[in-house]
Design a binder for this molecule. Structure first.
Ligand code: SF4
Length: 378
């Protein structure tokens, strides 16, 4: 049960119907309809509709509110059907989300942020250069989806949000409590009703969080960012490797695969001279085969072309096909991830936000946003 507090009020987008019912001492059926109203309308009416008891609505209005995020920018791509959004939080921090078209017409995914900034400092990610401002609340994660969905339904009646990828700003498993709560709300039928099989959480590699994800949200898919499979090279690209070496991360990913039955996605950003040699590809192929043999499912390898993040420290590799050929020759399949919205800065690693004025904290500078291989762009 969520502890009721008149100050501050509880955000309805962060609550499940049974929690609302317990908190406000109302019937579960009324709580479901109130949650549904909040998600569909973005507000609660002052007069109870015929389907909701007046006392129940009054109790919910007394304890809860329906806060929102300020839409400070909406940038549709001119070259593909991606749309990038920038939202200002109540404390001035700016986060970003991306609307991603899927293969099947009328279906979209939303790439959401889970933190304002990020503490993990991956070298190939602009968000990693800004440091962590704060974790997002569960309702702030859910509200990104609600606002993108509202915009989508106004622009394309009949279109729907089919999936969610936790691949925007932040390391989602460093904010696991709120991310798991957001997943419960996003998949709740009276809230956003997203099928959990269409939700992917992508991590730089936090083993405890991976295990929690398997235990508490077994219907959700996992993505792991590899960086490099050579320990020294990985540590240089992803400092988190010092605390959690790749072997430890992949052991947790293996437990996730055995618990859920889902193959993990392995994301690998190909960087010139850093991780793109035939030898690197050979190591990756060996690791993938070992993983499949040990855990019973082959990982889905997603190769990502690097997009510049404002300096020349890292560069896009021109060895993508050669790298894939080595994997293929070793019997390991891969895809090259399409990362759309490049013209509006929505492509992988490009979400620099230095141009937006903020209130309060320093401006976030970017995020890694791409399409999960389980959710293909058209
Ligand atoms: S890739 Fe993810 S975990 Fe790494 S710095 Fe960027 S947002 Fe953080």
């Amino acid at each position: 049960m969520i502890e009721a507090s008149p100050n501050p009020p509880l955000a309805l987008q962060g609550l499940l119907p049974d929690e609302l019912a317990a908190t406000c001492s109302i019937e579960l059926a009324d709580a479901r309809r109130i949650v549904s109203l909040a998600h569909r309308r973005g507000e609660l009416p002052t007069r109870a509709p015929a389907t909701i008891r007046r006392a129940a609505l009054d109790a919910a209005r007394a304890r809860c509110h329906v806060p929102t995020l300020e839409v400070v920018e909406r940038r549709p791509s001119a070259v593909d059907p991606f749309v990038k959004y920038a939202f200002r939080l109540h404390d001035g921090a700016i986060i970003e989300s991306v609307r991603i078209p899927l293969e099947k017409a009328g279906r979209y995914a939303v790439c959401v942020s889970s933190q304002a900034g990020c503490a993990l400092a991956c070298a190939f990610c602009a968000t990693g250069r800004m440091g962590l401002t704060r974790n997002l609340e569960a309702w702030e994660i859910v509200e990104q989806v609600r606002l993108v969905r509202r915009d989508l339904e106004a622009e394309h009646p009949g279109a729907r949000v089919h999936g969610i990828v936790f691949q925007g700003m932040g390391e989602p498993l460093a904010n696991a409590d709120r991310v798991l709560r957001a997943i419960r709300v996003l998949s709740e039928p009276s809230a956003q009703a997203i099928d959990r099989r269409n939700i992917t959480v992508c991590t730089a590699g936090l083993p405890t969080g991976i295990r929690r994800l398997a235990e508490e949200a077994p219907g959700v898919r996992l993505g792991v960012s590899l960086g490099s499979v050579r320990p020294g090279a990985r540590r240089a690209l992803m400092p988190i490797d010092s605390a959690h070496p790749l072997a430890e991360v992949l052991a947790a990913a293996g437990e996730h695969a055995r618990t859920t039955g889902y193959a993990p996605m392995w994301a690998y950003t190909l960087l010139l001279g850093q991780n793109d040699t035939d030898e690197d590809a050979g190591h990756l192929a060996t690791l993938a085969r070992d993983f499949a043999r040990t855990h019973g499912v082959p990982p889905r390898i997603s190769l990502i072309p690097f997009n510049s993040i404002g300096d020349d420290a890292l560069q896009r590799s021109d060895r993508m096909e050669a790298f894939r050929n080595v994997l293929f020759a070793a019997g390991v399949g891969s895809i090259v991830r399409y990362s759309g919205g490049g013209d509006v800065g929505a492509a992988c690693g490009q979400l620099a936000r230095t141009d937006l004025p903020r209130r309060g904290a320093a401006s976030p500078r970017g995020a890694r946003v791409t399409v999960d291989p389980g959710i293909s762009p058209r």
